[in-house]
Ligand binder design. Sequence first.
Ligand SMILES: [Zn+2]
Length: 415
Amino acid sequence: MYCSLKLVQAVVIILLLVTPLSLQCGPGRGSGRRRRPRKLTPLVFKQHVPNVSENTIGASGLSDGAITKEDPKFKDLVSNENPNIEFKDEERTGADRMMSERCKEKLNMLAISVMNQWPGVKLRVTEAWDEDGTHSKDSLHYEGRAVDITTSDKDRAKYGMLARLAVESGFDWVYYESRNHIHCSVKSDSSVAIKIGGCFPGYGMVTTQRGTVAMDHLAVGDMVLGVGSGGQLEFSEVITFLDRNIGETALFYTITTEDGRTITLTAKHLIYVTDSNCTGNVFDSSVVVYAETVKPGQFLLYGNHDDNVEYLKASRVTMVTSRTERGVYAPLTHSGTIVVDGVVASCYAVINNANIAHLVFAPIRGLYDLSAHAPWLTQLSDVVNTPDPKGVHRYAKVLYNFASLFLSRSVLYVP
Ligand SMILES: [Zn+2]
């Protein structure tokens, strides 16, 4: 199974390598552009970045609840064995090495910055996951999403700069909490996964050849209404779910148009809009944008087979609201588009260009098509198309990791 995934990774690498440079809009993060060294300002005592409280969406977000050793969620924590980091581990339990994936990733980045900033000095962790209840109620330490850090030489004069380096390394909230340490925390792994996924709620209605069904009743193999490359409404097969998780909560945006249509989707999901209610083929004049950027005055595209509408029409957006809801669904169709609640949306998120997204998902479509003709490929297709236990499509994660190497921030959303 592991080999199969490797094969898919290889396909993605090759695909991205042969992708013409014109797809890279602007200099990518991995491009040769020389960065001018930026002057870094140390944090001052009691300062936190960003300047909002830790448990808000703009920082690390709400606590998901403490994780104990007996908790099934304990297996989601990872042990950080980075030799370039000192772990205090005064409890002698290894607890100070236990943290979430995201926390580990940011900490390892910081370890490199510390060594670059002060040769011979290492990053030191005094506290990570806490199983002893020594922190305040709802502390992110209880779920491995926070670390307390110093430098290995315990030189307090360095701590303000250490905090700044933590901000630069991507921690979601950094606090110069005490003279003795800096507290850093991250968003939950699942909230990051949702941003990568981009989803609809379970009650979004879609038109299939077997009738109109809610998103949570849509199945792989269903023929669902989407839009063809020429802008015509057509049925397209659901080939997989990039995300499908009944229990997960996410922040959803609901966009309402003047004729009372509404569509609800997550912030980084892509949706088609136009700036004017032009006559002719509105699909040609449309662009895809993140749902969170849609503004009243823009037009959404709609169409429904029931209305006998051959081409799509546009309807003016009057209101955009947001709220948190439970249940996330991200079907991927062959056409890369799907009509939800009568409104045309892309199946993609994060990559701010539906054409690039459609291209990078080509191997999945290819595999799906081939498996229909070659039964032995079905097994491989199943491996690739099975969402992992956390609900996020493995391919989407792999894709995201590779895409982040090749695509610029103007195209790719980096959580
Ligand atoms: Zn702390």
